[in-house]
Design a protein around this ligand. Structure first.
Ligand code: NDP
Ligand code: 2IT
Length: 444
């Protein structure tokens, strides 16, 4: 058995019942085999064993009072996975499906993603099984304040800087920041994705979606192609999906479908994003309403059918494992040539194999959605420097970072003899920096 196989086997044995964590670790570790072969010193240093074991896991009770006066209890998590290259950094997810396995898979991915940005940020992730859907603003505030009343003691502007993820946007970050500031009496960059009036950065809201389009555009450009005239399918209709749609449309693409967790809309004329934004950002409603408002569009209950819509480019921007082997095959059969992952781990291992076997240009999440974390790091820089940069300045930096990531993963894939395999390229390029930093810092 090789070093990688032993570490993976041991990981599965020691972390039972964590399928998402096993999936992410399998994808990452199997691609690192050529790196550890080149560096036999890593095995003696227990580098992979340390890499897959979080530095710290915090789990806590989050009690809060609902509008009926009843006490509710949720679970809170923060996994501080790796601080070799910078303070722990990564989002908070509020969704009923959240459990330790999901937070650990996200945290492990985040280490390499943040490394790829080239900025000094480590990897972490957190969240709760709290469901924000259907809650009043007061209930959201009560929950966020309670969550932060425990979390504050574990985080800090130079220790661990959370941000948003599924179910956590500007509103939630605002309530959590207010509570942190009240407890600590410090107005510092301890959370990113803050509002523009209290330390946030321009472009952070758009960053993940824009970044996804910038890296996909670079991949198209490298093949003498562009977004102009392309048919695009985007899953999700949240933060990442909306701004991916906006940027893709501005580059001449026609986005024909989007979804939420109930079902998908198909609009052969091209999605009217103002309507989606009104439904999702303003009213916090359901995407179904789009078909009632836009003539010629169709709503279909259930999510999976979205991948049967023929497209040139598919951008999964909702959640993990939304594209399985069968959906991947359908996309390929219908002529899809590019897949850019806006969500974290939206393709199963089998789906990735289908894409790669069929020559689809596959941009994995840790490279393709790194724009959010990268712009968070730019927000941190502005906070500590007491600066406020213009939209154009931040946007240009984001674009530069995404273009750089594309070439770094492309070069790493080539260097190790796997040209065009961006799963290999992203994992290897992200890992090398973390590995060197860990080796330099001794057994910690
Ligand atoms: P939002 O909460 O803004 O939007 C999530 C979207 O995905 C909603 O349309 C939601 O539908 C849908 N969705 C969530 N869970 C499911 C599910 N189980 N099945 C079907 N649809 C689902 O989150 P974000 O846009 O911020 O995040 C989307 C993805 O992007 C996540 O994977 C996240 O980890 C990743 N990401 C986010 C970054 C960021 O900066 N925000 C950065 C990098 C990655 P509904 O409204 O019905 O729940
Ligand atoms: O998955 C992610 O990269 C995020 N949710 C954003 C992380 C961040 O720190 O901005």
């Amino acid at each position: 058995m090789t070093y990688v196989e032993r570490v993976l086997k041991n990981l599965k044995k020691r972390n039972p019942g964590e399928p998402e964590f096993h999936q992410a670790a399998t994808e990452i570790l199997t691609t690192l085999a050529p790196v550890v072969e080149k560096h036999p010193e890593y095995e003696k240093a227990g580098l992979l064993e340390r890499f897959v074991e979080p530095e710290r896991v915090v789990m806590f009770r989050v009690p809060w009072v609902d509008d009926k006066g009843k006490v509710q209890v949720n679970k809170g998590y923060r996994v501080q996975f790796n601080s070799a290259i910078g303070p722990y950094k990564g989002g908070l997810r509020f969704h009923p499906s959240v459990n330790l396995s999901i937070i650990k898979f996200l945290g492990l991915e985040q280490i390499l993603k943040n490394s790829l940005t080239g900025l000094p940020i480590g990897g972490g992730k957190g969240g709760s099984d709290f469901d924000p859907k259907g809650k009043s603003d007061r209930e959201i505030m009560a929950f966020c304040q309670s969550f932060m009343t425990e979390l504050y003691r574990h985080i800090g502007a130079d220790t661990d800087v959370p941000a948003g993820d599924i179910g956590v946007g500007g509103r939630e970050i605002g309530y959590m920041f207010g509570q942190y500031k009240r407890i600590r009496n410090e107005h510092v960059g301890v959370l990113t994705g803050r509002g523009l009036t209290y330390g946030g950065s321009l472009v952070r809201t758009e960053a993940t979606g824009y970044g996804l389009i910038y890296i996909t555009e670079e991949a198209l450009k490298a093949r003498g192609d562009s977004f102009e005239g392309k048919t695009v399918v985007i899953s999700g209709s949240g933060n990442v999906a909306i701004y991916a749609c906006q940027k893709a449309q501005s580059l001449g693409a026609k986005v024909v479908a989007m979804y939420d967790s109930n079902g998908y809309i198909y609009d052969p004329q091209g999605i009217d994003l103002a309507v989606v934004k009104d439904i999702k950002e303003v009213k916090r409603g359901r995407i179904k309403e789009y078909a009632e408002r836009v003539p010629g569009s169709v709503y279909t209950e259930g999510c999976k059918g979205i991948w049967t819509i023929p497209c040139d480019i598919a951008l999964p921007c909702a959640t993990q494992n939304e594209i399985d082997e069968q959906s991947a095959q359908t996309l390929v059969n219908n002529g899809c040539k590019y897949v850019g992952e806006g969500a974290n781990m939206p393709s199963t291992l089998e789906a990735i194999e289908v894409f790669q076997k069929n020559g689809v240009v596959f941009l994995p999440a840790k490279a393709a959605n790194a724009g959010g974390g990268a712009t968070s790091a730019l927000e941190m820089a502005q906070s500590s420097g007491r600066m406020f940069w213009s939209f154009e300045e931040v946007d240009a930096k984001l674009k530069g970072i995404m273009v750089n990531i594309y070439h770094n993963i492309d070069n790493a894939a080539k260097e190790y003899g796997y040209e065009g395999n961006y799963v290999m390229g992203a994992n290897i390029a992200g890992f090398i920096k973390v590995a060197e930093a860990m080796m330099a810092q001794g057994v910690v």
